[in-house]
Design a binder for this molecule. Sequence first.
Ligand code: ADP
Length: 347
Amino acid sequence: MSKRIGRFNLIRTLGSGMSCKVKLALDTKTGKKVALKILKDNMGQRDRELVETEVAAMKNLKHPNVIEQVECGQEMYIKADGRQRKVFYIVLELAAGGELFDFVANSGRFKENVARYYFKQILDGLDYCHSNGVTHRDLKPENLFLDGNYTLKLGDFGFAGPVEGRDDSGYLRTILGTKNYMAPEIHLKQPYQGRTVDLFAAAIILFIMVAQHPPFTSATPNDPFYRCLAANRADIFWKNHCQNKENGDAFFSEEFKQIIQGMLQLDPSHRPSIPDIREHPWMKGPMPTKEQILQEFSKRDLIVKKTIEDEREQKLAEKMKRVENQRKTMRGVGQSGSEETKFDESG
Ligand code: ADP
């Protein structure tokens, strides 16, 4: 008997998060493969709220660059041995290509034209979410997924919020997100706009795609790189980032530098909006076709899968070594007549 939840046959584990396990599953009604999130029974209040936020935010979103939430509900989880328990589950569109993060981290930096291809998809997805009243608030390469054709999809909406604020003032106040991607106004605990902070994070992601490392650690005055940008000394920022790069000062194109500088400005009112960004000269540059992306990314995919597999094997080997060491220590304890052994004898 195969494992299943309702009409979904579970195939294998895709990953796990703080509050869930994500399984590859077959929807027996449509014949399509999906990602099925099974929520943990022992979730705390905070995790429960994040899940509720995610479900509510994604419910009405349907766009080629946003992971689709197919359905959610409660069903019996039937294990292979027939045991059953009721679980809460969320069915998501499958991101068969995995996370953008793994591609940048493990298969090398992207040329500017490839970064442009994906940055445009980020903008398209964001523009759609914002137009539908949702701000993501936790954009980072780990939350950008790729489908089987290497098309980018925004995912993980656990920190999403209403783009117009809870009181319709246009401003949000809750301090959340991932520190390295937060806009300076969030660090400063000021009310902020969802559109603007999502675009700030998008600029950091764009930089990472091209450089393979972030532009700064955090957008605060303590960070020497961000301090340069905030003080209009972008020349120093770029000089430092071009050190040790092939082609030195010519590593980043001038238009790339301009778009990044503009989007990472300290004052949110000076940063370009999505329509402004679309009109920027850098955005008008060449872009690969879908076929070229398929070709390049299927090669990258092999490297990514091998790295992930190697890491898994290394972790397993380390675990085995730890177990073996523990076993040796335990044997050693018995043979040397240690405290524990003596205690037994006296008892
Ligand atoms: P959490 O929000 O609790 O951290 P995630 O949503 O990040 O959980 O999911 C955990 C992991 O499951 C991800 O890192 C990813 O590997 C995998 N995963 C999540 N959603 C999908 C999806 N739609 N398609 C494929 N894999 C997914």
